[in-house]
Design a protein around this ligand. Structure first.
Ligand code: MF3
Ligand code: CO
Ligand code: CO
Length: 319
């Protein structure tokens, strides 16, 4: 469904960290030997999509090339991140009963293109037809804006990705429509705190498995579940770069986190079982059991002493 991108050109100034990571056959916690990371030269395969490719899992091997962003790239990513947050801050006032997700899409599109003079990354990305993703109630992610009017008690994830001067910012938040539904409020809160539990793990020397473990532990202790088919991702010149940032895992597993890496953390949390189904439009992901699902996302830069959240907004929720 999501073929790998052809190898993009890589600038000569890019420092590439290449790893071959050996995983257990099934990427299931505790189901196999600990991951092994070997640094080796492999072709850059940035801009991979964030679906966990089944072929990779079967081959028992995942090849990664995690880019370390230059100071110049980091400066541009701060700008792209701030623009992304600005769009989410702006759109909040428009999320009201009666508005259609198409209208939200148009408002965001025009703001990004006309005011920010930036590019909405989802538009035409692998055939995606709109400029933002809007995922309502039991929709897990990648909902396509349409004629559906928002109703009192719905909650909706709005996912914004902006490209400015070639660099991406990617962030999403949950918005309650009218009076918040109690169950939706709880699911959104669990996903929000889970994202922050993951973010707080980020520092040089930690491992990606530490992020996944913190998220999974937080969510499952609250009788919710973590979606496994979609994950966070490296980000920069590419929308979806290596590595895949899993929202479940074991401490100490996975590649080492290093200063200058940039990636998203974006856990999808279901009120019911973790299993998902793809609708015939080949984009919309829903919970199999129709339980509510929530997601929050930030773009994170690894600094020498921890992390910087590049997509924090003025109207953003903070932990
Ligand atoms: N913004 C999503 C993410 O967090 C990806 C959306 S891809 C699209 O990675 F094509 F649906 F826009
Ligand atoms: Co993302
Ligand atoms: Co996103």
């Amino acid at each position: 469904m999501c073929p790998q991108a052809t190898t993009p050109a890589t600038g000569p100034h890019d420092r590439i960290l290449s790893n071959i990571v050996t995983r257990p056959h099934r990427p299931v916690d505790g189901a196999g030997p600990a991951s092994l990371t070997v640094r080796t030269a492999v072709p850059d395969r940035s801009d991979r999509y964030n679906l966990i490719l089944q072929s990779d899992l079967r081959k028992n091997r995942v090849i990664m090339a995690i880019k370390i962003k230059t100071d110049e790239e980091q400066a541009l990513m701060r700008i792209a991140g701030r623009l992304t947050a600005d769009v989410l801050d702006m759109i909040g006032a428009h999320v009201k009963p009666g508005v259609t997700t198409n209208e939200l899409d148009r408002i965001c599109h025009d703001y990004i293109v006309d005011t920010q003079q930036a590019i909405p990354a989802p538009l035409n990305y692998r055939g995606f037809p709109k400029s933002i993703c809007t995922s309502i109630n039991h929709v897990v992610c990648h909902g396509i804006p349409g004629d559906r009017k928002l109703r009192n008690g719905d909650f909706v994830n709005i996912d914004i990705t902006v490209i400015k001067d070639g660099l991406h910012g990617d962030s999403s938040r949950m918005f309650h429509v009218g009076k918040p539904n109690v169950a939706a409020q709880r699911t959104a809160d669990v996903a929000f705190e889970a994202m922050w539990a993951g973010i707080r793990q980020v520092r040089p020397g930690a491992r990606f498995g530490d992020i996944g473990h913190a998220i999974q532990t937080y969510v499952e202790a609250r009788r919710c579940s973590v979606v496994r088919e979609y994950c966070g991702h490296g980000i920069g010149h590419g929308f979806h770069e290596d590595p895949q940032v899993l929202h479940y895992g074991r401490p100490g597993n996975g590649a080492e986190i290093q200063t200058g890496m940039a990636f998203t953390i974006e856990p999808m949390v279901n009120d019911g079982k973790r299993h998902v189904r793809l609708l015939p439009d080949e984009w919309t992901v829903v919970t199999k059991d129709h339980s509510l699902s929530a997601q929050w996302e930030h773009t994170i830069l690894v600094t020498s002493d921890g992390y910087e959240v590049l997509t924090l907004g003025r109207a953003d929720r903070t932990p």
